[in-house]
Design a protein. Sequence first.
Length: 503
Amino acid sequence: MNKEILVDASGVATRVAVVEDGSPVELYVEQEGTERLVGNIYNGKVQNVLPGMQAAFIDIGLERNAFLYAGDIVLSDDPDDMIEQMPESKNIRDLLKPGQTIIVQVAKDPVGTKGARVTTHITLAGRSLVLMPTMDYVGVSRRIDKDEERQRLRKILNEIKPKGMGVIVRTASAGKTKQDFSEDLESIVNLYAEIEKRAAAKKAPAILHAEQSLLFRTARDLLMKDIDRVFVNDTEAYDKLREIADVMAPKLKARILLKESEALFDRYDTESKIEKALSRKVWLKSGGYVIIDRTEALTSIDVNSGKFVGKDNLEKTITAVNCEAAKEIAKQLRLRDIGGIIIIDFIDMEKEANRALVLTTLKNALRDDHTRSHVFGFTHLGLVEMTRKKTGRSISDTLQQICPYCNGDAKVLAPETMINRIRKQTIQVIKGSNNKRILIEAHPDVVTAMEVSEKKHGCLFPAEEGGTYYVRPVPTMHLEKFAVRPLSEKKVQETKKDCKIIR
């Protein structure tokens, strides 16, 4: 497999695309002023404690208070209590009080109306491992699947890890020596010591540690042995990335190449493929298609056969479309960085063996995804339930904003609905004025609908009002906006040039 990384850097934004065999599979965007918060560590101040929700709101200096769930609190008073979930016998009121200062780390970026979710389970990532200062634990990435190697890595980390702290070996660390881990671990432990010093010196709310830039994370998390080349289109970003790689992955530094071109993302047609990743409908090669709808609660994905009619029987046709869709869904989840609860409505299949085949196809396609996911299977309603770890903002959240016209409803009023609103407003205006000449301005689609309605049903406005109604189509006007006002005698001749008279 040919695997490349494209880095498009400008003063406005930095974009990083991971491309496998000519197709983008991951996209990361860092725009000026919208940097992600996940990984940031703060001195927070407890604002409210909510026993009924077993949660608290923490002021970390952002526009909205962060949310801290009881299960994300480390009970540090007693080393034996350093567990992942708070015991049911303990109430959050016994742990936190309003006004209390607490060190927290952002686990999920703010989304929509929700503030950031934070935890006291601090993690600091290095090139080869992740340090967990508040937990005594040794783990190995599940992507390192050889038992012998896993045992070797565990043995090394148990020997060198600081007492009372935990570490997780990262995927890129397979084959590394004790010396490699020792150097990486020392730098992270020193970083945590510095964070503790800042916490003692700074008054809450205050930031203690900011997650590194996208360029740094690219060298730390994406630059691995299976990457063939890294193309960078900006000299400053190129020098910075090589400087970081010199520390993080010196053996791979030579694979970072400068390609000064504003059209770097046109390589492999990456730009257009990313634009398609923002669309609601994704076409499959067979002629079927997938519809992806995101809500605040979950993401729903609908599979349709579309133009695909198959060759043999219906069951084979449906299974073929579903299997192709399963592969595309896994790809889209990774590319769009969609997390949380995901519900997939595959086309109904009669045979259990075919449903099992589709599930297996989906699970296999998700193996290449660095983000953890879990497929639960088919529900009684024939829907597939799955989850994908949700941390930061998805690509659509980063690159798009809520429509200012529909406020995220994805719908506007139909022209026929607007006719009734215009009619009601016009009658009010003509009743309140001695001038019976009325100018109506509306979107061309609404004006067309008014003409059709007049031909089909007769007069739109009551005949007893005795008015003359000049209707002007305004292309720049929003579909749901219109204007109704009396028209003076001297402007009638001028108005007739671009208006239609509708009774």
